[in-house]
Design a protein around this ligand. Sequence first.
Ligand SMILES: [Zn+2]
Length: 404
Amino acid sequence: MSVIDLKTGENLVLKALVWRGTPEPPREGLVFLREGRVAAVAEGDNGCRDKVPAPGSPDLLELPGCTVIPGLIDCHVHLALDGRDFSRARQQWNNRPEWQERVKADLQETLERGIVAVRDGGDRAGIGLEAKQLVMSGRLAGPLVLACGQALHRQGKYGSFLGPGLTPAELETAVDSLARQGVDHLKVLVSGIVSFSEYGRVGGPQFTREELQRIVHRARGRGLRVMAHASGEEAVRLAVEAGVDSIEHGYFLSEESLHRMAARGIAWVPTVIPVAGQVRGQWRAQYTAREAEIINRTWRRHLKMVRKALEMGVTLGVGTDAGATGVCHGRGFLEELLLYREAGLSPANILLAATRNGAAILGLEHLLGRIEPGRPAFLVAVEGNPWKDIGALARVKYVFRPAQ
Ligand SMILES: [Zn+2]
């Protein structure tokens, strides 16, 4: 596995099966990379005027048996957390060298799994936002990071580790303050979390529809999108009615909400692995048999809704909630995709969710999600053909990206 930084002045031609991020299957072809960008793509019999380097030339990278795809996108991570030990990660927040060391390793791992962009869901200490700045300035290597800084939540309700609790009078000021800090989007906690001891129970809504509308309105005025943590039908409905841009988690949402989301163009990032992962591997021991059964019922219902969402035309993005206990940065992404496969989604639909849809959700559809001339070269080469077997994404051979 190598990460290749495409430097200015360097040219490279990739010869492989090429999947361009469209509903069309991959085809044998050539991808011409120049100055960190895709200069041209030649597929199948489409002739190409660009000169193909001779075999053996250092400018030609032949990748037999490999597929080149657009870089993957994780729509929901928490860089402030490590997925293993919640309290240790939180203690590190006060020790900059320590958390930077940990975040550096997690970003590297993320990149090596073929993930070229992540959208951070916030933390009270603003670590996700600081990590973004470290990556942008070149001090940390990693995928593109989009950050929200702190999440908005209601005083006294779930989410104190994600941001300070707000009173209804403070909503606009909080949005303005985050906008001034240079965040890329807003995160609002509309509900609590899903119960593992009572099937279907979710911590109640934190804001009224009017309050959510105020947040969304203010965010729009500042040019920011809103990602809404919402589980439970009531919270999802409120968030959808308030016009947020994406529903995160969405456990126990109804078909009716999915219809509304499809109609209004509101995306869904279902984050299955943070729940399903609880009853796999080492984490299973933390739960009683009854709790494990509730957890299993919860994610199985969720997967059924994921499939329905796809059929209804909801834009489905892939988010892992990486950093949440049981979800490791980087590794959690394929685990999430394999759950979609379990739900019966085709590799094509899974790939589109992991690339094109993610780019749209991040507002970076002009940069990411497709292999097209003129776009920056955020590409991944995997062994095998993920269009036939999504498991091929476990075998990342190269990650290409423009040098910073
Ligand atoms: Zn989250």
